[in-house]
Design a protein. Structure first.
Length: 476
């Protein structure tokens, strides 16, 4: 957690005028009699934090004896709060606020009864595998499904699209742990790194992506071979295919995934795929397509569209049942490509895809649009996490066991919380739309939680809306 306490502490803090002290922190309210209490309640800030704290209470505690001043739920919630607010010094500010007023946003918003130190957080969370936090992804996904929020993501005869991609979030020549991947260079230097598969639910034209359970690229027990992105993706499939199979899921990926072992595994698991398929990495398939094109067995669909004053021509070519690779056991896939040109003849886009979906003249446009939605995992997920305020590549804490992967999981959950609130919370959505950038929202969040203590999440949102002179919607 290097840098958590890098900013100077605050000074005088107080409650916002007109806000009362809450009798019980909303973050510790449980979803009471029924485990769901309705999908709508489960997707509110209080519902999300309540479920998360319930999960934190089940985190394994490495301590023995009576040295248990800080509860594991408080330790984990304190770490998560830093990522939600995106303030490295959030805990320092809340500790000062607690000492001055006997109350803090860590308590009222996240239910933290006693604020732990950075060292306690690093030490206690290092022994907790990231898998202990994964049930929260499932809880949110099921709540979204029950609320109907996933319906706009349906395409291709009611399928959902899950994009897979790996991204590196840590690299060092000095700092390492047993879970690091190693790159040995010719000059004798070794680079230690951490990477993760970050699956997301995407849809063409939809500006939200829904983060799903991550899978970390890390040395595996019982093997000396270096772990890699495709191996991690296969582990993810084995673990979660059963969950997403009933939804009619189609996996999206770049050319790295478009090989026979991966495609066969996906079909065996009852899922579908649309993968980028580059000619240079699939010479046999490309030869099939060229041969069939010469005999006029490759179908063509041409569509024209206008964007402003410019006319674009989209030329789709497709053919079914071509060999993915050489050999008698080669898997047969369906192939399509899109070439887009402007009116002046300049090519503006070209790509090809391999899929197990049967291609027809009536569905090739929609299928290509689905395949192209893969870029959303890079632009609207990984890029956002790295450059739009979440600081994914910052070393919040490396540890000796599991700290690095657990903190990244907390960061992904914070991003997912914000996505859910943008979908489900009218006040949150109005504020985010009124502010020019996501980072501006985080700047405001950091400033407000440093200087003011709010009795609840909704109290803070209403305060922000009044300051922005936004019309407060009737949510009754």
């Amino acid at each position: 957690m290097t840098g958590w306490m890098s900013e100077p502490g605050g000074w005088a803090f107080g409650f916002v005028s007109g806000i009362r002290r809450c009798q019980r922190p909303p973050g510790v309210r449980k979803l009471l009699s029924h485990p769901w209490q309705g999908a709508a309640n489960a997707l509110t800030f209080d519902g999300l934090v309540g479920e998360l704290r319930s999960l934190f209470e089940r985190f394994p505690d490495p301590r023995t004896g009576n040295n248990t001043r800080y509860q594991m739920a408080d330790v984990a919630a304190s770490a998560f709060a830093i990522f939600f607010v995106q303030s490295p010094s959030f805990l320092a500010y809340q500790r000062t606020m607690q000492e001055a007023n006997g109350q803090s946003n860590a308590k009222t918003l996240f239910g933290v009864t006693e604020l732990p130190t950075d060292n306690h957080i690093r030490t206690l969370l290092d022994s907790v595998p990231y898998t202990h936090a994964l049930p929260m992804f499932s809880h949110i996904f099921q709540s979204l499904a029950q609320s109907g929020a996933l319906e706009p993501f349906r395409v291709l005869d009611h399928q959902v699209l899950i994009a897979l991609d790996g991204t590196q979030y840590f690299s060092s020549h000095k700092l390492s742990c047993p879970n690091c991947s190693e790159t040995h260079h010719r000059n004798g230097q070794v680079t230690f790194s951490h990477s993760v598969i970050t699956p997301v639910l995407v849809a063409p034209g939809h500006h939200h992506v829904i983060a799903l359970e991550p899978e970390f690229i890390t040395p595996q027990d019982g093997t000396e071979k270096q772990d890699c992105e495709t191996a991690a993706a296969k582990r993810w499939l084995h673990r979660y295919a059963e969950r997403y199979r009933p939804l009619g899921a189609t996996l999206l990926g770049d050319d790295l995934y478009s090989h026979q072992p991966m495609c066969e595994l996906i079909v065996e698991q009852g899922l579908n795929f649309i993968f980028v398929c580059k000619p240079q990495s699939h010479p046999t398939l490309n030869e099939w397509v060229e041969g069939l094109a010469r005999s006029e067995h490759v179908e063509t669909v041409v569509r024209q569209r206008r964007r402003g004053k410019v006319t674009y021509t989209d030329t789709y070519r497709f053919v079914n049942e071509v060999a993915l690779r050489d050999g008698e056991d080669a898997m047969k896939v369906n192939w399509c490509e899109l070439t887009t040109t402007r009116g002046d003849g300049k090519q503006t886009y070209h790509n090809a895809f391999a899929t197990n979906h049967r291609l027809t003249e009536s569905n090739v446009e929609e299928l290509v649009a689905a395949g192209r939605a893969r870029w959303k995992i890079e632009n609207e997920n990984n890029n956002v996490l790295k450059t739009k305020g979440y600081h994914l590549e910052h070393n919040f804490g490396h540890g000796h066991q599991h700290l690095s992967s657990l903190l990244v999981t907390f960061n992904l959950l914070a991003f997912l919380f914000h996505t859910v609130l943008d979908i489900n919370d009218q006040h949150y959505r109005a504020i985010r739309r009124a502010l020019p950038r996501r980072q501006t929202f985080f700047d405001d969040l950091r400033a407000l939680t440093r200087y003011c203590c709010f009795e609840s999440w909704q109290s803070m949102l209403l305060f922000m809306m009044r300051g922005l002179k936004l019309e407060i919607p009737d949510t009754s």
